[in-house]
Design a protein around this ligand. Structure first.
Ligand SMILES: Nc1nc2c(ncn2[C@@H]2O[C@H](COP(=O)(O)OP(=O)(O)OP(=O)(O)O)[C@@H](O)[C@H]2O)c(=O)[nH]1
Ligand SMILES: [Mg+2]
Ligand SMILES: [Zn+2]
Length: 333
């Protein structure tokens, strides 16, 4: 398969056992505008459409491709002059949130990310509760997170702010950065390599698109100065877009600023993930052990101390044992 597809992360797909059939056009969605998709293939970018057939499937929730998805596209372009999506390939990860509204509905924001870069400003935007919710959004999808604190060039008192974050980080790497200064972005970029994909999330105006442009070396994403009198920003970016970084440094997906981090919990996924740990529950000292702060807890012993996943495990316990209301985690900022 082509070098280009490897840069897009093909290896992860092959590792899952996917074998492209002869003559198939394979690609990764970089942008979606309603029914129209931009897809990167071995031959470069092409435009494709969700055909009526796809839309029917979409109604039955079989097919809802999003940015980051791998798809196969038809050769035939007779329908609209554009090839249609032939098949959506299985995802190996996804970043989801709880969709707006009362019913618990999953909204997949980004397909197949390897890591989440949570971006937060060190200026007025700085808010440990909000940062915690953005981190939880990644963790609850089983994804590792890295925290980028932007606008380090504009603010004082960094060490006090870092101290405030200590209790919520659980081993999350933190990088104070200036999005306009490439050198300050070198360290966080080490979390990405060829074919690996980072999804950016954070409030509006924190510098997600500025980061992407800095890494690309061109102004591909529109950016806009935050209004001087508040820190709300203007939601400059309105679509998600997957960008290929130069020099094989990986992939990054820009997203629109989020006003609130609505956490999506896939109970089944979490239960599967930790079933192996629960198998040790019989060895806990107390038969009614909740695997939180109890002494001689065999389950806790199995988890890695002080890591992001340990934190996720604790949150799972909180939910599974009904100690607190999940809505605490879903609450808006
Ligand atoms: N001085 C300084 N300015 C920054 C930094 N990061 C971003 N900015 C500025 O902040 C403003 C907003 O940046 P954007 O990149 O548009 O923010 P965004 O997160 O993409 O916002 P949305 O698209 O609305 O979600 C721009 O004027 C940037 O130049 C930084 O680290 N230092
Ligand atoms: Mg933006
Ligand atoms: Zn226990």
């Amino acid at each position: 398969m082509s070098e280009r597809l490897n840069q897009l992360g093909l290896q992860a797909l092959l590792r899952q056992g996917y074998q492209p059939a002869e003559g198939i056009t394979l690609g990764r969605i970089t942008r979606q505008d309603r029914q129209r998709l931009t897809v990167l293939t071995a031959d470069g970018p092409v435009r494709a459409i969700l055909s009526p057939k796809n839309r029917l499937a979409k109604k039955n929730k079989i097919l809802t491709p999003v940015v980051g998805d791998w798809i196969e596209i038809e050769e035939d372009t007779s329908e609209s002059g554009m090839p249609a999506v032939r098949m959506l390939l299985p995802r190996f990860s996804k970043l989801s949130r709880r969709a707006a509204g009362d019913a618990p509905v999953e909204q997949v924001l980004v397909a197949n990310p390897d890591i989440v870069f949570v971006v937060s400003g060190l200026d007025q935007n700085f808010n440990p509760n909000r940062i915690q919710r953005f981190l939880s959004m990644a963790w609850s999808c089983g994804l590792p997170a890295v925290l980028l604190l932007s606008k380090a060039d504009l603010v004082d008192g960094l060490s006090e702010k870092l101290k405030l974050l200590e209790p919520i980080l659980y081993g999350t790497p933190v990088y104070p950065v200036n999005m306009h200064d490439g050198a300050s972005l070198e360290a966080p970029l080490l979390h990405l390599t060829t074919g690996q994909c980072a999804a950016l999330i954070g409030s509006s105006g924190v510098g997600k698109s500025t980061l992407v442009n800095q890494l690309l070396g061109v102004n591909q994403m529109a950016t806009q100065a935050v209004r001087a009198f508040d820190d709300k920003g203007r939601h400059t970016t309105t679509h998600r877009e997957l960008c290929v970084l130069p020099d094989n440094r990986g992939l990054i997906i820009d997203t629109p600023g989020m006003r609130e981090a609505q956490i999506w919990y896939d109970e089944d996924q979490l239960r599967d993930r930790y079933q192996a740990l629960l198998n040790h529950a019989n060895d806990c000292k107390f038969t009614n052990c909740r695997h939180l702060e109890e002494p001689d807890c065999a389950v806790k012993k199995q988890t890695l101390i002080n890591t992001q996943f340990d934190h996720l495990w604790r949150q799972y316990c909180l939910v599974a044992y009904g100690i607190t209301d999940v809505s605490d985690l879903i609450r808006t900022s």
